[in-house]
Ligand binder design. Structure first.
Ligand code: FAD
Length: 440
């Protein structure tokens, strides 16, 4: 990368998926990039704590990776194509439901590996410095001065021309926004939690067909499984916290699986289930929406810091990666003038990120007719309405396989007529009855 005359310093706070990728985007432009991450370097860490073990990478995410020249070599070759969903019925019957057009697929990628590759890519730019064990505590929107807590209680301060908040759903950068007038913010925890369980290989091979996103839809419960390179599957069980809490012994785990996911017991293994269910508590899921995404010409939020979404559309990271492209495009448009770029970024991106947050949430709704239980609309309807797949897949395809702006995809589907006018949650149920389904 070129060294710039003006040597503007861009501080990227958070070196998760979006922060590490964003560092590449800014470095490519020649800024002095300083990345600050609260964790130690995950490439050296023994245990990497993250949000999910693997995730679905689709078109938007791949396009962003391509922008910094790292789609194919390191990422796609290590991803496992998922050409269809595989629905597991209670009786153990498996039925594939392909993605829209022939040949289309999404990729199951390992989160830690993707994050490590992105860090290494960022570090190859001579104008980028990665600072681990730096936890942002406070910063000034006036001066760009940031204060970081270091291990063992010390503190350091650094100044930057632009602060890019990529520090995730519980963003410390965003805290400053909350103190300001005319900043909109909402945060919603859903009643479901998630728990990850590993399905080991059988006789050295995948225990189930690998090129599928496996789904066990059970109305208020759902389990999904994504394949990993080491021939394991990571199964994610979604259910209300109160249901997780009802299970307190190994026997109860087996009983529960026998009732809802009987075919998964031999695949995961009864002994493994008994043990692994209690390894970690179920994790919460939060949806965060806010606007605007910037303060003056000093700070901008991207990724989960700007829009944490519930994971039922497989778009959280993809949307965050797309944030980086959108910002980059606007940087071209306004000659890197932060005072023009930042407001334009908020103007352009807020409606799209809000649209995907809503879509992900509408996939998961409370059905007032059903004892306040929560339904995964998309998947239930998917099964009931397979004959309508052609029509709905068009919409689904726009979200997963194109860069059509999220809010435009929603408009084209006449979402607003069908859903918003009827009231959000009940409307979503109504739309479901009319053939609405969505999917990762
Ligand atoms: P994060 O990944 O949360 O990274 C934030 C980083 O900031 C972390 O490294 C953190 O240590 C650091 N940080 C935090 N606070 C500070 C601080 N004060 N100072 C310095 N650093 C700090 N998305 C998809 O696209 N496809 C999927 O299939 C998918 N599946 C998912 C499944 C589950 C169960 C969940 C929970 C999420 C899923 N997502 C998926 C969403 C995806 O995980 C997020 O959208 C993505 O991780 C966002 O990346 P990020 O870099 O913005 O935030």
């Amino acid at each position: 990368a070129l060294r710039r005359e003006d040597k503007k310093v861009v501080a990227v706070v958070g070196a998760g998926l979006v922060g590490a990728l964003n560092a590449c985007f800014f470095a490519k432009r020649g800024f002095e990039v300083e990345v600050f991450e609260t964790r130690e370097d995950i490439r050296k860490a023994k245990v990497v704590k993250g949000r999910s073990i693997n995730l679905a990478l689709s078109h938007r995410g791949r396009t962003a990776l391509k922008h910094v020249g790292m789609e194919d070599k390191q990422i796609v070759s290590k991803g496992i194509p998922m050409n269809a969903r595989m629905i597991h019925s209670l009786s153990g019957k498996q039925s594939p439901i392909p993605y829209g057009k022939k040949g289309q697929y999404i990729l199951s990628v390992d989160r830690a590996n993707l994050n490590k590759e992105l860090l290494t890519a960022a570090e190859t730019y001579p104008n980028t410095k990665l600072n681990f064990d730096h936890k942002l505590q406070d910063w000034s929107a006036e001066t760009g001065l940031m204060t970081f807590a270091r291990p063992h209680g010390s503190k350091t301060q650094t100044q930057a021309d632009l602060i890019v908040g990529c520090d995730g759903a519980f963003s410390a950068v965003r805290k400053q926004f909350l103190r300001r007038s005319r900043f909109n913010y909402s945060q919603t925890y859903i009643p479901h939690g998630y728990m990850e369980l590993t399905m080991r290989p059988r006789n050295g091979e995948f225990a189930m067909k690998p090129n599928y996103l496996h789904i066990w839809p059970r109305n208020t419960f759902m389990m999904i499984a994504l394949p990993n390179l080491d021939k394991t599957f990571t199964c994610t069980l979604f259910m209300p916290f109160e249901e997780f809490e009802k299970i307190s012994t190994g026997d109860e785990v087996i009983e529960f699986f026998q009732k809802y996911f009987p075919d998964a017991i031999p695949l995961i293994g009864a002994a493994t289930l008994r043990r692994d269910y209690f390894r970690l508590p179920a994790q919460a899921m939060v949806s965060v929406k806010c606007s605007p995404y910037h303060i003056g010409d000093k700070c901008v939020l991207m990724g989960d810091a700007a829009h944490a979404v519930v994971p039922f559309y497989g778009q959280g990271m993809n949307a965050g990666f797309e944030d980086c492209i959108v910002f980059d495009e606007i940087m071209n448009q306004f000659n890197e003038d932060f005072s023009a770029v930042l407001p334009e970024y908020s103007r352009v991106r807020v409606p799209d990120d809000h649209a995907i947050a809503d879509l992900a949430m509408y996939n998961y709704v409370e059905d007032k007719n059903y004892n306040n239980s929560y339904f995964f609309v998309f998947i239930n309807t998917l099964i009931q309405q397979t004959e309508k797949i052609g029509k709905n897949n068009h919409f689904d395809n726009m979200v997963t396989f194109t860069r059509t702006r999220y809010h435009v995809a929603v408009e084209r589907w006449h979402w607003q007529d069908k859903v918003i006018n009827r009231g959000l949650l009940l409307g979503a149920v109504g739309a479901a009855a009319g053939g609405f389904y969505l999917l990762i």
